[in-house]
Unconditional design. Structure first.
Length: 112
């Protein structure tokens, strides 16, 4: 009884890994396709936002979630991961704010 139960769990795990692998392949193809498409560029506050980069970063973020969540088995570690993610996001936003704030001291470094 336990052998058939264990084999069933192995088949489910292999199936899940193959689905995630397929999703990663689709994400890679979407990234390549998006590199050939010229999306609209936005101008916000004097800076030009390249939408192609935003699309590529979004696809890369989804792929990173799939790799970290399923292949690194982090999807079952919800509380700890959300805590670390929140702290990382807080420090990332803080450092980006400090970087942008410091650029105002050196106008020659700002993009025009």
């Amino acid at each position: 009884m336990s052998d058939s139960h264990d084999i069933h769990h192995v088949h489910q795990a292999v199936r899940r890994y193959l689905i995630v692998f397929g999703a990663l392949l689709v994400g890679t193809l979407l990234t390549v396709w998006a590199s050939y498409v010229h999306f609209i560029h936005f101008h916000i506050g004097g800076a030009e936002i390249n939408t192609n980069v935003v699309v590529a970063l979004f696809i890369a973020s989804v792929k990173a979630f799939l790799v970290a969540g399923y292949f690194m088995h982090l999807i079952s570690e919800r509380k700890m991961i959300y805590g670390i993610l929140t702290a990382t996001g807080f420090f990332f936003v803080g450092l980006m704010f400090l970087t942008i704030w410091a650029m105002h001291d050196y106008p020659m470094l700002t993009i025009k």
